[in-house]
Design a binder for this molecule. Structure first.
Ligand code: NAP
Ligand code: GLV
Length: 314
């Protein structure tokens, strides 16, 4: 029984090394190695080349090496086998760190103070609202969104979330479905996007949605943090909203094209923060452990955890 590490981007070797430590009695191979495709039962995958999994006649399951699975559905020849994604405290904590860092940075106007420092300007004439006065709204109240929501709540923020199905989270106002989206937006000063990319969510962060954010808060204008996926946002409209003041600030970890092309106006925009899709990276040491545990479950005849619904796309 062979395990295939099928990466279309990034270095497969740390993954191969870690799986060999954790599953020493199984052959672990990577794309390009010399192996018999009929022996491969599991594939650990990140942006695999389209068609590369269709050549494995005895494949039982595909494990996404990340939380998102949109990279799998890009392959029109994706085999009809079980798909599981990563749910792991290491990945969840990293995302919550990112969300807390940038939410606090917006609250405490760090962009302004960095600029002031660069010109040796000591000025404290701008009002600093407290976290309790600022309404954070999280689109996507799943594993990552709900952890970030709880931690922001602990910091004192007024937190709400929006999801597809109705939810109940202690101390967090929960909205769901298209019918409640406008109410959710209208009470949101800092919008955090932790949605998966699906047919329903593609392009959801557009001018119309951003115009629906709160205008009656204690912050200058609403801000956006997107650490979900790049194709959730329409970047031309996002730039329009930053230019005309609809949006105060944007923190973006993900982009329609990655790496972000040098020609993108986002790079030099004075109110945009860019990180290179590393809000929460999959650390081979932590994540290979979680996948190895899943493989042991299958071998004991137990059901896989964190299964992906092909119908929903996440
Ligand atoms: P998850 O547990 O599957 O949660 C997804 C959330 O989105 C759920 O609350 C779901 O609603 C909601 N949702 C999905 N479609 C919706 C729709 N059409 N309308 C309203 N809500 C919708 O996923 P997760 O583990 O939290 O991860 C979320 C995403 O984060 C991943 O898919 C990935 O794209 C991204 N991510 C990015 C990084 C990074 O480094 N930038 C790292 C990890 C993950 P229900 O609860 O009702 O199902
Ligand atoms: C990273 O983007 C992930 O989906 O885990």
């Amino acid at each position: 029984m062979t395990l295939l590490v099928a990466l279309g981007s990034g270095d497969p070797d740390p993954w191969v090394k870690q799986f060999r430590v954790l599953l020493p009695d199984r052959p672990i191979v990577k794309l390009g190695d010399n192996y018999d495709p009929s022996t491969v039962e599991f594939s650990m995958t990140w942006y695999h080349p389209a068609g590369s999994l269709a050549q494995l006649p005895n494949l039982k399951a595909v494990f996404s090496l990340g939380a998102g699975v949109d990279h799998l559905f890009r392959d029109p020849h994706l085999p009809d086998v079980a798909i599981a994604r990563v749910v792991d405290p290491d990945l969840t904590n990293r995302m919550s760190e990112y969300v807390m860092l940038h939410t606090l940075s917006i609250l405490r106007q760090m962009r302004r103070y960095r600029t002031q420092q660069s010109i040796k300007n000591w000025s404290d004439d701008d009002f600093q609202p407290a976290a309790t006065d600022v309404r954070v709204g999280i689109m996507g109240l799943g594993v990552l969104g709900s952890d970030a929501a709880r931690k922001l709540k602990l910091m004192g923020f007024n937190v709400a979330g929006w999801s597809r199905s109705a939810k109940s989270l202690d101390g967090i106002q929960c909205f769901s479905g298209d019918a409640e989206l406008s109410d959710f937006l209208a009470r949101t000063d800092i919008l955090i996007v932790l949605l998966p990319l699906t047919d329903e969510t593609r392009g959801i962060i557009n001018k119309n949605l951003l115009k629906g954010l709160a205008r009656d808060g204690r912050v200058a204008a609403p801000s956006l943090i997107n650490a979900g996926r790049g194709h959730l946002q329409i970047e031309t409209e996002l730039l329009e909203c930053l230019d005309d003041g609809t949006l105060h600030e944007a923190v973006l970890d993900v982009f329609q094209t990655e790496p972000l092309p040098e020609t993108s106006r986002l790079w030099a925009h004075p109110r945009v923060t860019i990180t290179p899709h590393n809000a929460s990276v999959s650390d081979p040491i932590a994540i290979a452990n979680a996948i190895a545990a899943q493989i042991r479950r299958v071998e004991k005849g137990e059901a896989l955890l964190n299964m992906v619904s092909r119908k929903k796309g996440y």
